[in-house]
Design a protein around this ligand. Structure first.
Ligand code: LER
Ligand code: MN
Length: 272
């Protein structure tokens, strides 16, 4: 399993669960100097990232791009995939396509987290899930052009009312015939929703494509009360070889959170 750390380029996410938020250059330099394998970038939009600059930083620092978040479409533009207005849903898909293409050029996957939206008002649960499934199918096929999967992230009940569990979501993707979409297992959300980390990960099996390695209080792993062993053991059992990515609060500060994450990853992956 490989290590990654988040860099947000979105001013609206200050105070959110992103380790670095002082620009790509500073985030990449810090990530590399600490020894991370990769960065996970949260951009304001596809057009906001200069590809040559990103290429230069990744090459110079020997870093990979683990993934890119699409949540700025919701946070900064109010778009998501389950809004009642079809034109707004199409704008949401378009925003996500941009990030799929950008991340794809660097071998990374886009993440659908808060862009999934929620049901309510004039939109029934079945309707919202239908739209979501349709969009994930279309966007998964789009991501395949870059040879990368699309990541879909079940969130906790306070952030969405759609899907909260890895196992149910894997079965829902399979039943809907949604191809090239893998699940993002965020241990912070899972700590709220899952009864058992290990069972949840084993139920999702090969659908698990990415991990947000966050403690119970969303601080760096080790700064809360999550026990990592059951999750790591299950990830090993399913043959997971992807990233453990620190999408955590910059507490007590960015560097300390990043260092603590690496220590927790080393400890968790080196113990038998
Ligand atoms: C995004 O990865 C996530 O975990 C959500 O809570 C949206 O911020
Ligand atoms: Mn997450």
């Amino acid at each position: 399993m490989k290590s990654a750390v988040t860099i947000s380029l979105v001013p609206e996410t200050k105070g959110g669960p992103f380790v670095f938020s002082d620009g790509l250059a500073e985030g990449c330099a810090a990530a590399a100097s600490l020894g991370f394998d990769a960065v996970e970038v949260f951009p304001p939009g596809a057009e906001a990232v200069d590809r040559a600059v990103l290429r230069g930083l990744l090459d110079r620092h020997g870093l990979k791009l683990a993934a890119m978040g699409t949540g700025a479409g919701w946070v900064a533009r109010g778009l998501n995939l389950t809004l009642p207005d079809p034109a707004r849903r199409e704008q949401a898909r378009d925003f996500i396509r941009g990030i799929i293409g950008l991340a794809g050029e660097f071998g990374g996957s886009a993440i659908i987290g808060s862009m999934q939206g929620r049901w309510g008002g004039e939109v029934s649960r079945d309707q919202a899930l239908g739209w979501l499934q349709e969009s994930l199918g279309e966007l998964g096929a789009f991501a395949a052009k870059w040879g990368v999967p699309l990541f879909y992230e079940p969130l906790n009940r306070y952030e969405t009312n759609l899907l909260h569990h890895l196992g149910e979501t894997a079965r829902w993707l399979q039943a809907g015939g949604v191809g090239n979409v893998r699940l993002l297992a965020d241990l912070f959300h899972m700590n709220i929703e899952e009864a058992d980390f290990g069972q949840a990960i084993r139920e999702a099996g090969a659908y698990v494509g990415h991990v947000h390695f966050a403690d119970s209080n969303r601080r760096a792993m080790g700064f809360g009360h999550t026990q990592t062993a059951p999750a790591i053991q299950a990830l090993r059992q399913i043959g997971y070889a992807g990233y453990l990515s620190a999408e955590v609060l910059p507490w007590p500060d960015s560097l300390a959170a990043a260092r603590q994450t690496l220590e927790a990853i080393r400890w968790a992956t080196q113990s038998p």
